[in-house]
Every structure is written in C-alpha cells, then in structure tokens.
Design a protein around this ligand. Sequence first.
Ligand SMILES: NC(=O)c1ccc[n+]([C@@H]2O[C@H](COP(=O)([O-])OP(=O)(O)OC[C@H]3O[C@@H](n4cnc5c(N)ncnc54)[C@H](OP(=O)(O)O)[C@@H]3O)[C@@H](O)[C@H]2O)c1
Length: 306
Amino acid sequence: MTRILITGASGLLGLNLCLQKWQTHSLIGVDRGKLNGTPFETFRADLTQPGTVARMIETLRPEAVIHTAANANLEACQTDPQGALYLNAVIPGQVAEACAKHDIRLVHISTDAVFDGSQVAEYTESAAPNPLSIYAHTKLAGEEQVLSAYPRAIVARVNFFGWSLSGTRSLSEFFFNKLSAGQQCNGFTDIFFCPLFVGDLAETLVLMLEENLSGLYHVVGSEALSKYDFGQRIARQFGFDPGLVVPRSVEDSGLTAPRSHNLSLSIHKLSTDLGVEIPSVSTGIEQFYTQAQQGYPQKMRSYAQA
Ligand SMILES: NC(=O)c1ccc[n+]([C@@H]2O[C@H](COP(=O)([O-])OP(=O)(O)OC[C@H]3O[C@@H](n4cnc5c(N)ncnc54)[C@H](OP(=O)(O)O)[C@@H]3O)[C@@H](O)[C@H]2O)c1
C-alpha cells in the first residue's frame, strides 16, 4: 500500500499522519490552502463544493483514502447543525461511494462521542450508540453513510492528542499552553476517556489498511483516565506545577454542547485483529514531550501559510 490520499491534511490528525508517513508512503494531503512548503504532496479542495469528492477521487486514483476532514468542534456544530451534518455525514457518504466505485480502500474517522457515557463498563463495537451533541449525531450519521455505501470500509472511532498546526487544537496543547505560562486551568474530573498519541494513531490506521481490516473499530488508547488526570500527567512530564490543574466538573464549565461522562472504549477487537498491543497514554505523553524537545511543534507551525 503506497499511494494514500489523506483529507483534512491541515488538521490535528491529518497533518501528523502526513508528516509521519510521507517518507514511506506516497501521500497526497487534501488542504483548503492553510499549508505551505510541506514535504508531502498537497491537493487543494473544498470537499463541500458540489462534485468535488467524486472528481478528486477519479482524478487522483489513490490506493487508499484516510478521511479525517470534519467539523470536529462540538460548539461550532451545535450552532450550525445543517453544515455539520453535510460535512460530517453527507461528505463521508460521497467519499465512500467514490471509493467503492473504484475499489479504493477507505478508513473513515469517527469518534468515541457517539456513546452517551452512561454505561459503567467499557464500550465495545457492539454497544448501542446514543449521541448527545449535534457533533456526535452527525458523526454517527457519517458512520452509517459510509458503511451502507461501502461495507468494506474501515470506520475508526478515535480519540487522540498531539501537536497541531495552530498550536491550540488539542487538549494536550491546551494544558501545555496554560501550564507553560504558569496559568491555572480546569481539568474535568467527571469525563473519562482513552486518549491515544496521534503518532500511535497514525501508525495504527496505516497498519489497519495494510492488514486489510474492514468494518467498525475502536482505535483509542489502552487506558481510561479523567481529563483532570490527563492534565496532571502532562504537567508532571514537562516539569510544570500539577497544582495549576484545577479539578472541576464539566457541568460547571459553561460549554454548551452536552458531553458524555464515560468514554472508556474497549480496544480488544483491534488488538486481537491486528495482533499488536495498543500503546498506553503514558508512552504517548512521553512521545509528546520528546517531540517538544526536538522542536516538532515549531517545525509543524512552519508549514502554516503566512
Ligand atoms: N481531536 C480529537 O481528539 C478527536 C476525537 C474524536 C474524533 N475525532 C475525529 O477525528 C477526525 C480529525 O479530527 P481533527 O481533530 O484532526 O480535526 P481538525 O484539527 O479540526 O481538522 C479538521 C480538518 O478538516 C478540514 N476540513 C474542514 N472542512 C473542510 C472542507 N469543506 N473541505 C476540505 N477540508 C475540510 C480542515 O481544513 P481547514 O484547516 O482548512 O479548516 C482540517 O484540515 C475528525 O473526523 C474528528 O471528528 C477527533
């Protein structure tokens, strides 16, 4: 598997994927004009323009597509439900149709947020989703569109952290930015999740393609922890004061989109089918730190269009 088209190449996942895999795979990153001077090939497209998706796939004919582009901002989706539905569900359906037509492998990226978080045990792939927010509703609709148009596609429900083009996109950057400036920040004690380092997610998604998996998979880290604990661990790794992370309830946060309290997902199916151990959040935070020591965040930001 060499020629892979990655949508959302300026995004948190897309850019890390492209930067991690361009030397071993012939990658094309789909961008709306935010990137400049990247070492990988880019293709300029607004996927919501009529006919764009079909034309792009027809022209580029990749061997595989990893579709990461989305409106992944919960608050923005809440205020623009129609736009969110179009980008997060209708477009993935178009991507899946085009891939099915040309027999191109597809990984569609979904979210852990499709669950309402009321279950105490880990959610497996057979657990019933019950999205709470507009974002989660539209992402679940996207999963359905993709799998009905192309049952051979992979739908990966993810949660991840890492460095981004803007330096502000991820939860890990939120904690880093606040703590490095010596500022207090809120850490929710009542949201549990299984974050995976974006570099580990990139490796896993490509491996899933290479191992010819298909269908629905949970692709998250191997450990559940609260967002407060996550902030504490970032603080300790970087040598910042963990006391700056203030324990808070998400219910007191003023955020408008409803959030699920328990997003502990089982990765048993993934690790069994791939025959590999999925990395923990601890090793991921170490890699996040090592990248900072190596100047990766600055390098990444140098690819932003001035
Ligand atoms: N971040 C997380 O922890 C998390 C958790 C669960 C699931 N996910 C899912 O993971 C995927 C990637 O998330 P992310 O955090 O990397 O998102 P992100 O940083 O917000 O990036 C979204 C990407 O989509 C692109 N995009 C938006 N509208 C587009 C359009 N009309 N045409 C072409 N490209 C468009 C954006 O381009 P511009 O830069 O030009 O706007 C950007 O490159 C999404 O499917 C998201 O739902 C993320």
